[in-house]
Design a protein around this ligand. Structure first.
Ligand SMILES: C[S@@+](CC[C@H](N)C(=O)[O-])C[C@H]1O[C@@H](n2cnc3c(N)ncnc32)[C@H](O)[C@@H]1O
Length: 382
């Protein structure tokens, strides 16, 4: 039993051949910010494993000697892995090779918290790799993964057991987009701002992931969204750690009848971009330097006319922010994703919108040097 009499859970830390020595020398396991939250859930007495990703070897078992915390030893691994836990041996340390295959057969992922049943199964396996592999029922549940490429695709608006935002709200944001943004660019407790919150998807994702959230909309749909025009945000300069914004893409959706709704202005007019630029200037002001805004937007094709809304919005964002990356988010659940629209697209020779842009932009801390010197490594082709 760990402190408070709870049942111990398990966690697998990863290392490379380069970082393994320091894990054992310091008896400290650690991870980067992306998986930091899981480490903060580790309690003294939990069972830990260490996976060397290079040699594909799993070591275990260890016991958490401290709760998971940030910067227990700030200088370890030169500060690269700040989420840490102190560990001790739990009897003899065993190792198994070919670990990734074993974990995949047990449907375990090294950065997930293991429940009691999985922890016991893995501990037993590592002690006796010749025994049979068992798969825990509960662990078979599909987990949401962080995207690693610039093509983000998820079949549904929602994920997990609780509803995020409302999929009845026209123009609702796919929740996994916000999940990926806050996991990558914020830490637990950080303040996330959504100036055009709609049905509140950002609020719900933030709540589940332990981030604070301030949400505004010109026409609030729920009590935790405050009525406000995104062109004048009532926050102090440099107060938010991240902004997520899924703005109107033009006048294609009638969100509400509020006269200041930017979604009443056509994306074919310059006025639309001028109003969005006012929102960008406010986002720039309230964002902390070095922090990120994620702006989701799609192009328009109406009555045989294409409007590159994304390019125009991006051009404007570049006046204020530095580009981190541009992501293509697959559109799956829009109303035109029906057999009749697909058949019209072929009959009248046009394309349905298949993706949105997610512009990931950073408020600069310093001006970039005018010219960067890059030393490319040339790899030979085999
Ligand atoms: C694409 S929706 C946001 C969807 C939201 N992320 C969700 O998941 O439900 C765009 C929102 O911008 C809001 N909006 C339009 N003009 C605005 C303005 N001037 N200030 C604040 N919000 C505005 C609309 O009311 C609408 O809810």
């Amino acid at each position: 039993m760990k402190n408070g009499g709870q049942v111990p859970e398990g966690y697998i830390f990863a290392c490379t051949s380069k970082s393994e020595r320091e894990c054992f020398d310091r008896m400290l396991f650690a991870t980067s910010r992306v998986y930091g939250e899981n480490v903060l859930k580790i309690k003294r007495g939990d069972v830990l494993f260490l996976l060397n990703l290079d040699t594909d070897t799993l070591y275990g078992t260890f016991l958490a000697r401290s709760n998971g915390a940030k910067d227990i030893v700030p200088e370890a691994w030169k500060g690269r892995y700040p989420y840490q836990v102190q560990v001790s041996h739990n009897g003899k340390i065993y190792s198994v090779e070919g670990a990734k295959k074993v974990l995949s057969m047990m449907r375990i992922s090294w950065h997930d918290m293991l429940n009691e049943e999985m922890t016991q199964l893995l501990s037993r396996y590592i002690e006796n790799p010749n025994g049979s592999l068992k798969i825990a029922r509960k662990n078979a549940e599909k987990k949401l993964r962080l995207e690693t490429t610039t093509l983000w695709d998820y079949p549904r608006q929602n994920y997990g057991k609780t509803q995020k935002g409302s999929n009845k709200y026209a123009g609702v944001t796919p929740a996994f987009v916000i999940y990926n943004m806050i996991k990558r660019y914020t830490e637990p407790g950080d303040l996330v701002l959504d100036p055009m919150a709609g049905s509140g998807t950002t609020i719900d994702v933030c709540k589940e992931e332990g981030r604070r959230c301030i949400a505004y909309d010109i026409s609030p749909t729920r009590p935790d969204i405050t009525q406000n025009d995104a062109r004048k945000i009532p926050l102090a300069d440099a107060s938010a750690e991240m902004i997520f914004i899924d703005s109107p893409y033009g006048d294609n959706i009638n969100y509400n009848d509020h006269p200041d709704n930017i979604g009443h202005i056509s994306a074919e007019t310059d006025q639309f971009y001028k109003e969005l630029e006012k929102v960008m200037i406010e986002c720039y002001r309230v964002l902390k330097p070095g922090k990120v805004v994620g702006w989701l937007i799609g192009d328009q094709w109406v009555k045989k006319k294409f409007t590159p809304v994304g390019f125009r919005v991006y051009e404007c964002l570049c006046k204020y922010f530095d580009t981190v990356d541009i992501v293509c988010v697959a559109r799956r659940s829009q109303t035109s994703n029906t057999a009749i629209w697909h058949s019209r697209a072929l009959r009248f020779n046009f394309y349905l919108r298949g993706f949105k842009y997610l512009f990931i932009m950073r408020k600069m801390v310093h001006e970039l040097p005018v010219e960067r010197k890059i030393n490319w490594t040339q790899y030979s082709r085999t």
